[in-house]
Design a binder for this molecule. Sequence first.
Ligand SMILES: [Zn+2]
Length: 318
Amino acid sequence: MPVEEVLVSLHSFVIVVSLVMGLLVGSFCNVCVGRWPHGESVVTPRSRCPKCMNAITWYDNIPLLSWLILGAKCRNCKAPISWQYPLVEAITGVLFVAVYLRFGLTLATPVYMVMAAAMVVVTFQDLADWTIPDEITKTGVPIGLGLSVVALLMGDESLLVTHPFDAILGIVLGFAVLFGLDRITVLLMKKPGMGMGDVKLLAMLGAFIGWQGVLGTLMLASVLGSTIGLAVLLYFRMKGGAESADVSTVPDDERSPEEGDESTVAKVAETDEEDDDGISLDHRYLPFGPYLAIGGLVYIFVGPQVLAWYLASLTLPY
Ligand SMILES: [Zn+2]
């Protein structure tokens, strides 16, 4: 067998392995999203149907396939199984393949695969529970810093951060930017600011992608946030005034134009919160976590290239 053929089949094999690993890790991500908000262990007990409490057998717990075979229903009680499970599994699987295709057989591939899975958990937990797990952010900071030391010692060039100095700058900048923004919003504007979860998330991302990555992620997250926020706003506007009043607890004239688009998403989830006229930092923050998570991931894939292109385009012709 010629060398090229061996390499091609090795390549295909690693793609399949990446996909299967991604699907399995995605299945574990579902467990994390479901249990971390309640302070439950993600190791034991076995997954149960939330309705009939029947333990789910291994053959009913195969990523994607079981959901399809069972027709999105519990085998025992026929309660519907959320499409979120196969979605999380599929996204994680696709991300694992994408990371391998982007970084090949390097140290960066396993690192960014875990990172991708962590960002999937952050996104879905923040959307569902309005929290960002400390298990990921607080654990991620020392891991990212440690990896930068490993990269320095090994002379690795595949990671985005290859020097502890860059990792520390990333952590500090990530923390400082959002913490500062939070304080300004709360103290000066008397409005709910960022959640501390977002602050810790950007600090953790900084450990993995450095200070340039923090700036790149903020830019990407802002663009994503305003685009999606605007789309949501237009959607509710188009659905008519009555329904848009349902999702808003704040009169239109109290919203500043710049934050109006993003806060619409926040208010959808706020309607059942009691308004105590105080600033509840726990519940009334802008949902920035998913945008930061997606921004950080996009940065890992194309950030340095886009940044170089952007800087080059700034060069004046003289
Ligand atoms: Zn059931």
